[in-house]
Design a protein around this ligand. Structure first.
Ligand code: HEM
Ligand code: CU
Length: 662
């Protein structure tokens, strides 16, 4: 049940507001500038330390174990201490250290931060979940566009079947940067901005459970992004986004940036998911039963569990890769007693749940949007929640479908073929909930709704081709080809990213109190939808014709088709540009206010002003009914926003006694 008081108060060691009000000059207050200084100092110290280690190194003592040929220690330690410096510069440790030293920690810090005005709060480590949501949103758009530019570079090279713009080694570096940047950062593209911002509003809470962890999860992402990008200066990494051993152990220092960035992002994702889970379990308003939880929140919880359970395996794998490369631990080196299969299994034990980390939030968004624009209850609400739980559980039992052609015990293949085909059942349930809601509905074709409908169109193609790939014989043929590439772009770009766009158009009026321009929105939608399909549909055929992934040369007869795809891809890039222009134009220049409930949604988040005031709700609301009772005669309002005194304290007293008794 919801908790209104702030736990910090309870052990705020007698602190008063004074501690925080004694202002230092701005440049001494923690912020992004001190973080940069911290990161640079940390990097330099680490680099120096690494050089010292390197010169006294194991490489001379154990020459036969020296697997890679360049100095990994200075790079790895530089990155590691750079991260520590960045976090310290942001002031993440300040309260902790104060508390450990027995000094007063300013109480009511969260309330003060929530009331802060001005743009500078967006450049700080802050405890306000709404600020973190906006920080994530802007960050994600930047990361997505950067990774998208790499995609444009890939398509530029593929205009010609032979050497054209980039050398073969540069090409694979670019593919690696594109794939890794997308896969590591887009894990948070929904939970980061929309999960953090909206979940407390949707469950009737004033706050999240762990504001510091939430803020930290965001502030690790710029570091992961920059570390991955810096790999380009170190010669890149030649193994795509999957980092298979032994190549990843033998590659030059660019591989360290891959492992450090991906591992760091793994940590960020664990914190992100953990905070959301605990928030939903512990901070729901009275009356917000699990059976009334918005389906978007269900998706956030399911994804949170996937994150918390899968990402540690990634972090472990990356850590082992780093120690293999520096301390010559040889976890993944067959000739020294390790196993490159071990890496593949660790990677995909994370990697497959990851694809559901990318899919479930998309479903959460579109299922939230459909009832609003069809004015109908969500069809099969319970089925959708059950489907998401089913997907979450099953997704830990399918990972070896990525290893069908690896040579690992072939008798395992039918088992994993079966589990993979099984998972399409709960996924199909979730899909059908959408179809049932659309059935015989009068649809309002707003921009968010268009994106939601396109999600279903694209995901169908991505999903059905996935069933083909789960089949061992078909997989053996298509593996490593552009067919696979087209399949997963249909689910991730065609699914997740379309849903993300739907969410931007739907919830930005809530989050910023500003309406995105709808005409530009329609241009954005139609160009993105048409050129997305024009880019990726032909790639199924090109893949079946044998064009391999990650290779910059292909058969001459495929040139025309590839040229078509490249031109469509550039136009697709142009459609994203329309979005960015619309975003900047609408939020910075035009600023058309949108205060009320423009979509006439029953969602709890829409029942308060936009953007919500500090602390979200004046009083903790009492939830009276489910969020999807559109067109239900006599349906009660969603919540009582100003419940009579006593109702809440009674609810808390109940919760407290329940806890005390437990
Ligand atoms: C503008 C839209 C996009 C275009 C035009 C595009 C294009 C491409 C192309 C052509 C490749 C294959 C290169 C090769 O194997 O030779 C590729 C690989 C890849 N893309 Fe995209 N992409 C786009 C968006 C995305 C998104 C949104 C994601 C995920 C969030 C993504 C994830 C990947 C991954 C994981 C790979 C595989 C990299 C590897 O083989 O290691 N892409 N992309
Ligand atoms: Cu998989």
């Amino acid at each position: 049940m919801a908790i209104e008081t702030q736990p910090e108060r309870a052990h705020g060691a007698g602190g008063s507001g004074q501690a925080s009000r004694r202002q230092r000059p701005w440049w001494m207050r923690p912020g992004i500038h001190t973080a940069i200084v911290g990161a640079v100092i940390g990097y330099l110290i680490g680099h120096l330390l690494g050089n010292v280690l390197e010169s006294s190194n194991a490489a001379t003592e154990y020459p036969n174990l020296a697997l890679s040929d360049s100095s990994d220690w200075p790079i790895v330690l530089g990155y590691a201490l750079g991260i520590v410096g960045w976090v310290a510069g942001l002031g993440v440790f300040n309260d902790l250290l104060r508390q450990m030293a027995g000094r007063p920690v300013p109480v009511a810090k969260e309330e003060e931060e929530a009331a802060a005005t001005g743009v500078s709060k967006y450049f700080r480590f802050t405890l306000d979940h709404k600020v973190v949501g906006i920080q994530y949103l802007v960050g994600m758009i930047i990361y997505f566009c950067t990774a998208g530019l790499f995609a444009m570079a890939i398509r530029a090279e593929l205009l010609s079947p032979t050497y054209h713009v980039f050398s073969s080694s540069t090409y694979i570096e670019i593919v690696g940067e594109h794939g890794t940047m997308m896969m590591m950062l887009m894990t948070s593209v929904v939970l980061g901005p929309f999960g953090n911002y909206l979940v407390p509003l949707m469950i009737g809470s004033k706050r999240v459970a762990f504001p510091r962890l939430e803020a930290l999860s965001f502030w690790l992402t710029p570091m992961a992004f920059l570390i991955l990008l810096s790999g380009l200066m170190l010669g890149g990494f030649p193994f795509g986004w999957t980092g298979y051993a032994p190549l990843s152990i033998q590659s030059t220092v660019g591989a360290d940036s891959y492992a450090m960035a991906f591992g760091l992002m793994g940590i960020s994702v664990i914190l992100l998911g953990f905070n959301i889970i605990v928030t939903v379990i512990c901070y729901r308003a009275p009356g917000m039963r699990w059976s009334r939880l918005p389906v978007f929140v269900w998706a956030m919880v399911a994804t949170g569990f996937l994150m918390v359970l899968a990402a540690p395996v990634l972090v472990g794998g990356m850590y082992m890769m780093i120690t293999d490369r520096t301390a010559q631990t040889a976890f993944f080196v067959d000739t020294l007693g390790g196993s490159s299969y071990l890496y593949q299994n660790l990677f995909w034990f994370f990697g497959h749940p990851e694809v559901y980390i990318l899919a479930l939030p998309g479903f959460g968004i579109v299922m939230e949007i459909l009832p609003v624009f069809t004015r109908k209850p969500l069809f099969g609400y319970k089925v959708s929640a059950a489907g998401m739980i089913g997907v979450t559980l099953l997704s830990f039992f399918v990972w070896q479908h990525h290893l069908f052609v690896s040579g690992i015990n072939p008798d395992m293949r039918p088992v994993f073929m079966l589990t993979t085909e099984l998972i399409s059942i709960p996924t199909g349930f979730i899909y059908l909930v959408g179809m049932g809601t659309l059935w015989k509905a009068k649809i309002r074709l707003t921009v968010p709704m268009l994106f939601a409908l396109a999600f279903y169109f694209n995901f169908l193609i991505g999903g059905i081709t996935g069933v083909f790939l789960s089949d061992v014989p078909a997989n053996t043929t298509a593996h490593g080809s552009f067919f696979v590439m087209a399949h997963f772009h249909y689910t991730i770009m065609g699914g997740l990213i379309f849903a993300f766009m739907a969410a931007c158009y739907y919830w930005l009026p809530k989050m910023m109190g500003i309406r995105l321009n709808q005409t530009l929105g329609k241009w954005h939608f139609w160009t993105m939808f048409i050129f997305f399909n024009a880019t990726f549909l032909p790639l199924f055929g090109i893949g079946m014709a044998g064009q391999p992934r990650r290779v910059f040369e292909y058969a001459r007869n495929l040139e025309t088709a590839n040229d078509w795809v490249s031109i469509a891809a550039f136009l697709l890039g142009g459609s994203i540009l329309i979005f960015v222009i619309n975003f900047v134009y609408s939020t910075v220049i035009a600023r058309v206010r949108e205060e009320g409930n423009p979509w006439r949604s029953r969602g709890l988040e829409w029942q308060i002003s936009s953007p919500p005031p500090p602390g979200n709700f004046a009083h903790i609301p009492v939830v009276l009914s489910g969020p999807y009772e559109y067109g239900t005669p006599g349906a009660p309002p969603v919540a009582d926003l100003d419940p009579p005194a006593g109702v809440i304290s009674a609810a808390y007293a109940g919760a407290d006694t329940a806890r005390a008794e437990a």
